[in-house]
Design a protein around this ligand. Structure first.
Ligand SMILES: NC(=O)c1ccc[n+]([C@@H]2O[C@H](COP(=O)([O-])OP(=O)(O)OC[C@H]3O[C@@H](n4cnc5c(N)ncnc54)[C@H](O)[C@@H]3O)[C@@H](O)[C@H]2O)c1
Length: 318
């Protein structure tokens, strides 16, 4: 028996993210029970997981200490919610990003589990206060927001409901760490959490620079992939400023504070992301990467291969 002591996690929703969670949890030795409200989809997810585990094993990228076959036997599929929740200490919801769907899933789940079971949501954009509004015991609720694809991009944002118990935050943090993810704790709920707030700031300024004719679509992407992104795969913005002045962060502020504030004050308003500018930017993007299924899936495959390589590199440097 692995160090998970045969503990069980239920995954509700067997789409892209639900399947990834199942693989991540199984890699840590947990039993995983997958449920989907579309009959047969949970079983289909197992077939897909089997295929992916085999490919990962062949590529020497399988996570955890168990073989692909050992991980696969930990995962089961269920078309009945109550059955899928049997014995679970942690429930990871990964259904459509619709408030009503999530609210009713948690209401149904709560009716079948004990008081100490943690209810966790994968939501990207919904606030915990809204997602868990129909749950009776909200101190057991938390958002565990993954990044796609979670198998290679390990960040998980843990976002509490105002009533979430600190033990729930700590147990979720320990679980995510144990299965090899990189959890971060938000101290309170906020729209967009941390990742999307930073991401949207980058997207907005990149958009304004292209829209205002300062730089091309191709070149702004190079600013990230060949510039900022090189170090951001290893160190964040705070360490960046700490290292970028001889005497650290305070020294950086002395040197660059004014310049930073001048540039930031010159930022334009929130873009509309529509109309003539959106058409122009879309055309420029499609000249580089046509938006037909073949080109897009080839680029997605390339992205995932590169992320796999980067995950390998980061593991070697831990
Ligand atoms: N895809 C991403 O990049 C990404 C990243 C982070 C978080 N998320 C979040 O993860 C969640 C799932 O996203 P996804 O991309 O896997 O979606 P998806 O559409 O691939 O899968 C959703 C699955 O949920 C099932 N489902 C719908 N309603 C259900 C219900 N009531 N009970 C049980 N199953 C139900 C569907 O049949 C489907 O299989 C969303 O909240 C999304 O915001 C997605």
């Amino acid at each position: 028996m692995s160090s998970s002591d045969g503990k069980t996690i239920s995954v509700i929703g067997s789409g892209l993210i639900g399947r990834s969670w199942a693989m991540v949890f199984a890699s840590g030795g947990y039993r995983v029970r997958i449920y989907d409200n579309q009959a047969g989809l949970a079983a289909k997810a197992i077939t897909e997981i089997k295929k992916q585990l085999g490919e990962l094993e062949d590529a020497h990228m399988l996570r955890g200490e168990l073989s692909a076959a050992e991980q696969l036997v930990l995962v089961s599929s269920h078309d009945d919610l109550e059955q899928a929740l049997e014995g679970a200490f942690f429930v990871q919801e990964s259904v459509f990003e619709q408030l009503e769907a999530k609210q009713s899933v948690f209401q149904a789940v709560e009716a079948h589990v004990g008081d100490d079971v943690i209810l966790s949501s994968s939501t990207s954009c919904l606030l915990p206060s809204n997602v868990f509004s129909r749950v009776q015991k909200r101190s057991r609720c938390i958002i565990s927001h993954p990044v796609n694809p979670p198998y290679y991009v390990k960040l998980v944002e843990l976002v509490p409901h105002p009533e979430t118990a600190s033990t729930v935050m700590e147990t979720s943090h320990a679980l995510m760490t144990k299965v090899g993810q990189a959890p971060v704790r938000l101290k309170k709920e906020i729209d967009g959490f941390a990742l999307n707030r930073v991401q949207y700031a980058i997207i907005a300024e990149s958009w304004r620079l292209v829209q205002d004719g300062v730089i091309s679509v191709e070149d702004i992407d190079l600013v990230m992939s060949e510039g900022l992104g090189m170090r951001y795969a290893f160190i964040g913005p705070m360490e960046t400023i700490h290292l970028n002045a001889p005497e650290g962060l305070e020294d950086y502020l002395k040197r660059y504070r004014e310049g930073m504030r001048r540039v930031l004050t010159a930022f334009g308003p929130v873009p509309e992301f529509s109309g003539e500018a959106a058409k122009r930017i879309n055309d420029e993007m499609c000249d580089l990467i046509p938006n037909d299924p073949q080109h897009l899936s080839a680029r997605r495959e390339r992205r995932d291969q590169l992320l796999m390589g980067l995950a390998k590199l980061k593991k070697e440097h831990q």
